[in-house]
Design a protein around this ligand. Structure first.
Ligand SMILES: Nc1ncnc2c1ncn2[C@@H]1O[C@H](COP(=O)(O)OP(=O)(O)OP(=O)(O)O)[C@@H](O)[C@H]1O
Ligand SMILES: [Mg+2]
Length: 274
């Protein structure tokens, strides 16, 4: 099953957030979408998931046109996602946060569109999922009481519990420390499957470079470059757009080094999260 954006544009009033973007994603791979802040990455995810309408162009999943469907129908067709900002049910347990994906009246269920399961079957799936995401020990803790890193892992788990073939991850490593980011990267890499496409938005370049099969670089809502991590890493236009000129990059590196020495800013292979 392939997901395709065909000449997609998105305007917010006079702001053109995405301009004539065409991309396709097949199952079996991990794709990363990178680009500077405001490049339009989340807008792409929001359009695929149906949270934003498209201004023009078409988004298809196989032969089905997604871009005219409400988001719960898109989810039912097998598109799951995480959000740039956490959206857990803080007052529910970790297990319940997964279980709710199978309750017919809840928004995660509406968004995941899974069939109703008997409680035992539901619990079995959710417990296996917690195990997979190293969350079994906190199954009965309130989600809101978890440390931030484990909340991010729970949100990841929720995107995978329904076995959707298309999974959109909007900055799963945002706010994580170095060790947690490495764990997150390893976890996402391990979730790659022949019958699943993972589309990742991420600013952590170590993560992006190490787990992506293809990287699409957006700049000002347009596709700047698309290819293997090696190709993107060495593309001069990408370096300039994403990192600035060599001189600017040197300045950023120096700033990052001095801040890091003070225990502040996180740096990833010379790329600094703004
Ligand atoms: N709901 C909205 N209403 C108005 N403008 C929006 C909306 N969502 C996004 N935008 C604008 O569209 C542009 C792209 O935003 P988007 O959130 O897609 O960027 P991004 O690449 O995800 O950035 P970041 O790395 O900071 O998350 C920005 O100029 C943003 O202000
Ligand atoms: Mg974003």
């Amino acid at each position: 099953m392939a997901l395709a954006l065909e000449n997609v544009s998105k305007h917010f009033g006079s702001l053109v957030a995405i301009r004539n973007l065409s991309l396709s994603f097949g199952v079996g791979s991990i794709y990363s979408i990178i680009g500077p802040n405001g490049a339009g990455k989340s807008t792409v995810v929001n359009m695929i998931a149906g949270s934003y309408s498209v201004t023009s162009g078409t988004i298809r999943l196989g032969s089905t046109t997604l871009s005219k469907l409400p988001k719960y129908r898109i989810a039912r067709l097998g598109v799951a996602r995480t959000y740039q900002n956490l959206r857990l049910f803080d007052a529910m347990t970790v297990l319940e946060n997964l279980e709710v994906c199978f309750f017919p009246q809840s928004w995660p269920a509406l968004l995941s569109g899974v069939r109703r399961l008997a409680k035992t079957e539901r619990l079995e799936i959710c417990r296996a999922c917690l195990e997979r995401f190293h969350l079994s020990d906190v199954a009965d803790s309130l989600a809101g009481d978890l440390p931030y890193g484990r909340q991010k892992m729970l949100e990841l788990a929720r995107a995978f519990v329904t076995e959707a073939p298309i999974v959109l991850l909007d900055e799963p490593a945002a706010g994580l420390n170095h060790t947690e980011t490495k764990e997150m990267a390893a976890m996402i890499a391990s979730l790659k499957r022949e019958d699943r496409a993972i589309i990742l938005i991420e600013h952590d370049m170590d993560m992006v470079m190490s787990i992506s099969d293809r990287i699409d670089v957006l700049n000002h809502g347009e596709l700047l470059c698309s290819g293997t991590p090696e190709l993107v890493r060495t593309n001069e236009r990408v370096q300039e757009a994403y990192l600035g000129t060599t001189e600017e990059l040197d300045d950023i590196r120096k700033l990052a080094q001095s801040r890091r020495a003070q225990g502040g800013l996180r740096s990833n292979a010379g790329i600094v999260r703004h």
